[in-house]
Design a protein around this ligand. Structure first.
Ligand SMILES: [Cu+2]
Length: 470
């Protein structure tokens, strides 16, 4: 049995050598060529690979055959309900491979991958010292250090903020959201397998995507993230939060649909040099199927009740009641305003409506951008032309844009359609619906850029409004 411990437990215990051995194994894995499945570059390429973005590319170096690359590389599943099971399979094989290196180097046989819990004390929001120090105590280079990260985060001067470590995702009552129209659920919406593009799930958006963007550098792109040893500790925490979510409420359950359980199988290279194929049903019991446990899966919200998808999700299908006519470009220099209108319903009408018996969702569809863009904020009930204030109570969401470049490129599998996000605005719409002087809902919306944005605007393909009967 492998015990996956908190990075901070290890940092605070001088006798614990888990991170020391992780560094030694990474040192050995970095030395292996691109075509060795047990090397770090091959492992990173399983998640994503783009030759032009490979910082270690050397002309003429040996590479896996095209057939091998097609099968094992660029496999990461994002923006669907396969996000969590795929990354669990990936981390499991990665952990076995790192552990094999640890053993070969004379380390313990039960090495477990540590997780970076950024929801502990104030210090936990920083990248931990073992990943930040360029050199080890003996002056040799630290294999866990990566220079290509956000400079302030990597210097230990800038912690992740409240938005980035937010755990509201744990307050979803359902794992999967509908394929269109509603919220995306804790684990993502029902969809086929996909590498990039699509509707982003609750946990996948925050803290997953937000923490990718906080660390930045290699971790801000699918194709380089696996080159940073910290990436695997981040994902280990995401995998742990899946367990936390299941534990914190007996009503929380994994999807029971056959398609999620067995419909898609994924290939991986094993530590022994062979191949393993797995389906979601192979990875739902971490102790008995995969041989690991987490040090702590207690509820960081202290039993706070769920607030999203209170049994209503999936009972009916949300219907679109309004949408913007054209795409909207959001630039780095300030807020962009738009308005959408929808007819108001009369009592007894099912849709075309927004009455006191419906839940209403705002969707940002097909967000694309070829440059860097960290996060986008969404406000409703704003005044056109006025810069919305985060303190005004009009902010309804903040979406991290991790993966937007990959979802924009048309050359990847299932790519090109961009990212889609959903948020619930029911309370605001009910307020508007109360106004007796108007037959239509007129919703003023503003988008605000957050963090480093380049000159390329983020294009919001469409803004739409969906309603569902409660
Ligand atoms: Cu990730």
């Amino acid at each position: 049995m492998r015990l996956r411990k908190n990075v901070w437990t290890i940092e605070n215990d001088p006798a614990d050598e888990t991170l020391l051995w992780y560094g030694r194994a990474i040192g050995a894995m970095k030395a292996l060529p691109l075509d060795d499945p047990l090397g770090l570059r091959f492992q990173a390429a399983i998640h994503g690979y783009r030759r032009r973005d490979d910082p270690f590319a050397v002309d003429g170096e040996p590479a896996p055959t095209a057939a091998e690359r097609d099968k094992y590389w660029r496999q990461c599943e994002h923006n669907s309900w396969f996000f969590l099971p795929w990354h669990r399979m990936y981390l499991h094989h990665y952990e076995e491979i790192v552990a094999a290196h640890v053993e070969q180097l004379g380390g313990p046989g039960d090495w477990g991958l540590p997780y970076w819990n950024y929801n502990g004390d104030a210090a936990s929001r920083f990248i931990s010292p073992s990943f930040r120090q360029p050199t080890l105590a003996d002056g040799s280079p630290n294999p866990l250090f990566v220079g290509d990260r956000d400079p302030a985060a990597n210097a230990g001067t800038q912690p992740a903020n409240n938005h980035e470590v937010n755990l509201d995702c744990l307050r979803f009552s359902t794992f999967a959201g509908p394929s269109a129209g509603g919220l995306s659920g804790f684990g993502g919406s029902q969809a086929g397998s996909q590498h990039a593009g699509g509707s982003v799930g609750g946990l996948e958006a925050t803290p997953h995507g937000s923490m990718h963007m906080y660390v930045d550098g290699w971790m801000s792109s699918f194709d380089t993230t696996g080159l940073d040893p910290l990436f695997y500790c981040h994902h280990c925490n995401i995998d742990r939060l899946w367990e936390v979510w299941l534990e914190r409420d007996t009503n929380h359950e994994n999807p029971a649909q056959q398609f999620w359980e067995r419909g898609v199988s994924f290939p991986f290279r094993t530590a022994a040099g062979g191949e393993a194929r797995m389906v979601s049903a192979d990875v739902v019991d971490i102790e008995n199927q995969l041989g690991y446990l987490y040090e702590d899966v207690s509820d960081p919200l202290g039993g706070a009740p769920d607030v999203f998808g209170l049994g209503a999700v999936m009972a009916s299908f949300p219907e679109m009641i309004g949408a913007s006519r054209r795409s909207i470009d959001v630039r780095s220099d300030g807020a962009t305003h738009t308005v959408i209108t929808a007819p108001k319903g009369r009592p007894g009408e099912s849709f075309g409506a927004s009455t006191q018996t419906q839940r209403v969702y705002l969707h940002l569809e097909n967000l694309t951008c070829e440059g860097p863009a960290r996060a986008i904020e969404v406000y409703v009930g704003t005044t056109p032309g006025e810069e919305p204030s985060p303190d005004s109570g009009t902010r309804v969401a903040r979406f991290p844009l991790f993966g937007i470049r990959e979802a924009t490129r048309a050359d990847g599998p299932h790519s090109g359609s961009g990212l889609t996000f959903a948020t619930e605005i029911t309370p605001y719409v009910r307020q508007l619906a109360d106004d007796p002087d108007s037959d239509v809902l007129e919703i003023q919306i503003a988008f605000r850029p957050v963090g480093n944005w380049g000159d390329t605007p983020v294009r919001v393909g469409r803004v739409s409004l969906y309603a569902e009967n409660e």
